[in-house]
Design a protein around this ligand. Structure first.
Ligand SMILES: NC(=O)c1ccc[n+]([C@@H]2O[C@H](COP(=O)([O-])OP(=O)(O)OC[C@H]3O[C@@H](n4cnc5c(N)ncnc54)[C@H](O)[C@@H]3O)[C@@H](O)[C@H]2O)c1
Length: 440
């Protein structure tokens, strides 16, 4: 039997991981990408970001010819098109930029045939599938949805760093233009994952994607607000939250964090705030949560500055060593998009000039663009440092020896452990070191 042919537009975090998993599950996949350099590297089996198991499966599927990477559509009839291009926030208005979607939809409309299934996977404001994507597809192709072609929205809900595994285990939500569209899209995803959940409309599936991420942002903001209150009360927020959660089934309070970053969690609440407003509702908790999560990295700078002043040190002359630039450490990723470390760095640069950095996953070439002194080793960074900050939660730090680090620092010095990776008690025995964290 001939394999179904799928074209996936956008070889980013979402499109590339989905492409390799579909290729591995028996489809003939064309990965379409407009960035020449990305295309060249992918053809050689070199992904442009770190994701567990990605490189090996990419190479295997290229070799087996199940996956072909191209700059434009092949001269082949494609059965299914899956749109995975970016939908970044506009800087000033913090509203969704759907220009990439518009461009790619025009391309698809020119290539699709009767019977094609089109699936949108990018995150978009509720209503966009119908009012923008379907509208453009019908207008440009002259075909009618539900009669000549089929259309569904199937949001990506995997976690970066573990996307390959989750694509084959996570439940997949499907909303479609009509029953046939839902059935076709469900049949596709059922070949990847055991649970497919069909919802009543395109809009329902669009909204589920956004409410998922916004929920997480909101609960993280709760923990972060508790942390800021604990700082005022001289209480240790992590100790309190862990105690409150222990064997108490009604609680699942997250630990505080140095803000909330990453391309999705920092973007999706803004999308929700915007379309809720356009629909006539002012989203209060969601808006305030985002504000808290964006404020924490700024607040860390002012706490560090004030503590250095207590030590009669000027932040301008202090050697500051930042560890962890990827937006998270667990599961590990090289993605720095909207990392809270970058928000922290922007604020820090207003006061400090001797800033050093290290990340166990991000390529040093990428760090060099941040205007900091990039360290080849941890030791280079912490030797004579006045401040060391661990700003993400990579497990690499667990093997570090805090006594060794502190012995080389310029005391009195600050050891800032944003994710509480180290035992607080250890630092009580280290003279000249002030141990700090979010909510401590
Ligand atoms: N990163 C995640 O884990 C994640 C999770 C859930 C949802 N999403 C959503 O999925 C979408 C994609 O996210 P991403 O992180 O993969 O973005 P990305 O920026 O990493 O990738 C998008 C890719 O699309 C390419 N592209 C743009 N226009 C194109 C065109 N006309 N034809 C072909 N390729 C084109 C870009 O060059 C880029 O490589 C976004 O809407 C995002 O919000 C992302």
């Amino acid at each position: 039997m001939e394999k179904e042919k799928i074209a996936i537009m956008g070889m980013g975090y979402v499109g590339l991981t989905l492409s390799v998993v579909l290729a591995k599950n028996g489809f003939e996949v064309y990965g379409i990408e407009i960035e020449k350099e990305v295309v060249e590297n992918l053809k050689k089996g070199e992904p442009h970001f770190h994701e567990k198991r990605l490189k090996a499966i990419l190479r295997q599927q290229l070799r087996l010819n199940n996956l072909k990477i191209c700059e434009s559509f092949p001269n082949e009839k494609i059965d299914i098109y899956i749109i995975c291009v970016g939908t970044p926030l506009k800087k000033e208005s913090k509203t969704s930029n759907i220009d990439y979607i518009r461009d790619v939809v025009l391309n698809v409309a020119g290539h699709m045939k009767r019977g094609s299934l089109i699936i949108l996977r990018s995150t978009i404001p509720v209503g966009t599938s119908r009012s923008v994507v379907l509208h453009l597809l019908e207008k440009q192709s002259g075909l009618k949805a539900g009669k000549d072609f089929y259309f569904a929205f199937a949001p990506e809900r995997t976690i970066e760093g573990n996307a390959i595994l989750e694509l084959e285990t996570n439940p997949q939500i499907i909303g479609g233009f009509d029953e046939r569209s839902v059935t076709l899209a469900s049949d596709l995803f059922r070949k990847l994952t055991p649970t497919v959940i069909n919802v009543s409309s395109l809009e329902a599936s669009e909204m589920i994607k956004i409410l998922d991420n916004t929920y997480r942002d909101t609960v993280f903001a709760y923990a972060n607000e508790i942390a800021m209150i604990c700082e005022k009360l001289n209480l240790d927020a992590t100790e309190l939250i862990n105690a409150a959660n222990t064997h108490y089934s009604r609680n699942n309070i997250p630990n505080p964090s140095p803000g909330v970053g990453g391309a999705c969690l920092s973007k999706d609440p803004h999308i929700l705030i915007d379309f809720a407003k356009r629909a006539g509702y002012d989203a209060k908790i969601i808006k305030e949560s985002r504000r808290i999560n964006e404020y924490i990295p700024i607040q860390i700078v002012s706490r560090i500055k004030a503590k250095l002043e207590e030590f009669n040190k000027n932040i301008r002359d202090a050697k500051i060593f930042i560890v962890g630039f990827a937006f998270k450490g667990e599961p590990e990723t090289s993605d720095m998009r909207d990392s809270t470390t970058l928000l922290f760095l922007d604020e820090l640069k207003k006061y400090a000039s001797d800033i050093h950095g290290f990340d166990p996953v991000v390529d040093n070439e990428q760090l060099k663009h941040l205007g900091i002194k990039v360290c080849e080793t941890m030791g280079e960074g912490y030797s004579n440092a006045d401040v060391i900050l661990f700003l993400n939660n990579h497990r690499y730090y667990l093997d570090l020896e805090p006594f060794e680090i502190c012995s080389k620092m310029n005391k009195p010095a600050i050891f800032y452990d944003a994710w509480r990776m180290f035992e607080k008690e250890l630092f009580k025995n280290i003279e000249g070191i002030h141990y700090m964290g979010v909510g401590l």
